[in-house]
Design a binder for this molecule. Structure first.
Ligand code: SF4
Length: 465
């Protein structure tokens, strides 16, 4: 394991049980280590683009705008303006003379053509360098077109993806508080940090409906501008992906006093606990009764099926590398439920608090890693002889090249993994991948692959020095 870790990153990798817990995190990525993290702009896009009736305009070179709906498929039950990717396509001349005129014309043309409820304008690296006044242009267009036009200060070089989440939350906060709160029930919630991948948010909304809890705004999935404007009227903010949306919840708590609850809709344990936690919060016996009934119904349908997968998967080994750590907690529990052992777990943007929680719920010998890279991940998978790797689009080729099963748990997934039904889908997917006969034809743990990794590291070190 040690041979794959750069000296400067040694404190960002921890082997549980080897020493008292100490893991460094929330650091800038090491140059040359090929971090799996995306840029600030990408972080802001993840949070904002599921607002389906808003215009999303990327102010920058066309290449930045490649990060589109096609890469991350948040579904909408109505308008689909978020699926169109717009860019001001800045060229050399704009970089020299400024891109403000181009931005103004693009905004006016797009608003006239698509009649959005609001517009978000994303600042990219080059805009931060040439200093276009986004705020002034957005204010001018907002006054002329009479819709909110909101600048997102997401210059890619300003930090990492986490800074992009913060920029998005600040942009969203400008919308909150503008709408009427009439007709909002005292038993109401906002859903933050659920991106409605594969329609997952609709599963969760259905649970809330059965419990008698009103949803005011699904802020980050199947989102609508008018719902977000009245989100301050909800009795409770439910935060799932806390790295991405906790900043907004904190701002709403400070200004409007909206209480915050962290939840996870992944896995049986966490899904049930999320629903019970909400029922306990409202202190309304009829909501608790309906919740108990719901959980009973869902579990009685699920248990027999899950037992079959559990029998087949018992003793298999899993590795997890995800964007935010919240998902990792639920995945560790879900694998344990399936009788599997998690031998490596890491995230791109976890905090000290997140990693302490991971350390508490994992077994001795588990590798816990922050802001990893393909070199390390490949070595960990090999050393731990993993049967399945859970990650996103950037981790998939690592698994396949090593002859390891893979489960996509990121924003590209097409299978709903949230809710009770999501646990069944997860078990099915893990089973299909781990048990696939294809792995019999792949030479695992080949020395050639490890040699290749070592020479790759040497090449990087030569370039860096
Ligand atoms: S790092 Fe900068 S140039 Fe690259 S995609 Fe992000 S905003 Fe665009």
């Amino acid at each position: 394991m040690a041979s794959a870790i750069f000296k400067e990153r040694e404190k960002q990798v921890y082997l549980k049980g080897s020493r008292p817990f100490d893991l460094e995190c929330e650091k800038e990525s090491l140059a040359g280590a090929v971090s799996q993290r995306a840029c600030v702009f990408c972080g802001s896009r993840v949070v904002l683009y599921p607002i389906a009736d808003a215009l999303h305009l990327v102010h920058g070179p066309v290449g930045c705008a490649v990060y589109t709906w096609d890469i991350r498929g948040a579904l909408s039950s109505g308008p689909e303006l978020h699926r169109l990717s717009f860019s001001t396509d800045l060229q050399e001349k704009d970089v020299i003379f400024g891109g403000e005129k181009k931005l103004y014309s693009a905004l006016v043309e797009l608003i006239d053509r698509h009649a959005p409820k609001a517009a978000f304008v994303y600042s990219t690296c080059i805009v931060g360098i040439i200093g276009d006044d986004l705020e002034a242009i957005c204010r001018r267009v907002s006054e002329e077109k009479n819709i909110p036009v909101i600048p997102v200060q997401s210059e890619g070089f300003k930090g990492n993806k986490r800074a992009g989440y913060n920029a998005a939350c600040r942009a969203l906060f400008r919308l909150v508080g503008e709408g009427s709160t009439e007709g909002i029930s005292p038993y109401s919630v906002n859903i933050l940090g659920d991106f409605n991948l594969a329609g997952e948010l609709w599963i969760i909304r259905d649970y809330f409906k059965r419990m008698g809890v009103q949803v005011v705004a699904n802020i980050t999935g199947d989102g609508r501008v008018d719902d977000i404007r009245r989100a301050h009227g909800a009795a409770l903010n439910l935060v799932q992906c806390s790295g991405a949306t906790m900043d907004l919840a904190v701002m709403m708590k400070e200004k409007y006093g909206t209480p915050v609850m962290r939840v996870s809709y992944f896995g049986i344990e966490d899904m049930a606990e999320a629903l019970y936690g909400i029922a306990r919060f409202f202190k309304e016996p009829s909501i608790m009764e309906r919740t108990q009934q719901l959980v009973r119904e869902e579990l009685s349908a699920l248990y027999p099926e899950l037992q079959r997968y559990r029998k087949a998967l018992s003793g298999k080994k899993a590795a997890i590398y995800v964007g935010g750590a919240f998902k990792a907690f639920s995945l560790v529990k879900a694998f344990r439920y399936l009788g599997m052992k998690v031998v490596m777990v890491g995230s791109q943007t976890g905090t000290q608090e997140d990693y302490r929680e991971l350390e508490a719920i994992t077994d001795d010998g588990t590798i816990i890693v922050d802001d990893s890279n393909p070199l390390e991940l490949s070595a960990f998978l090999q050393e731990k002889e993993v049967d399945i790797f859970v990650g996103g689009v950037k981790e998939r080729p690592i698994a396949y090249k090593l002859g390891v099963g893979f489960c996509d748990h990121n924003h590209e997934r097409k299978e709903a993994l949230e809710g009770f039904v999501g646990m069944l889908n997860f078990a099915k997917e893990v089973y299909s991948s781990v048990m696939s006969p294809v792995w019999r034809f792949v030479p695992k743990n080949s020395q050639g692959m490890l040699d290749g990794l070592s020479s790759h590291k040497e090449k990087i070190l030569r370039c860096v020095s």
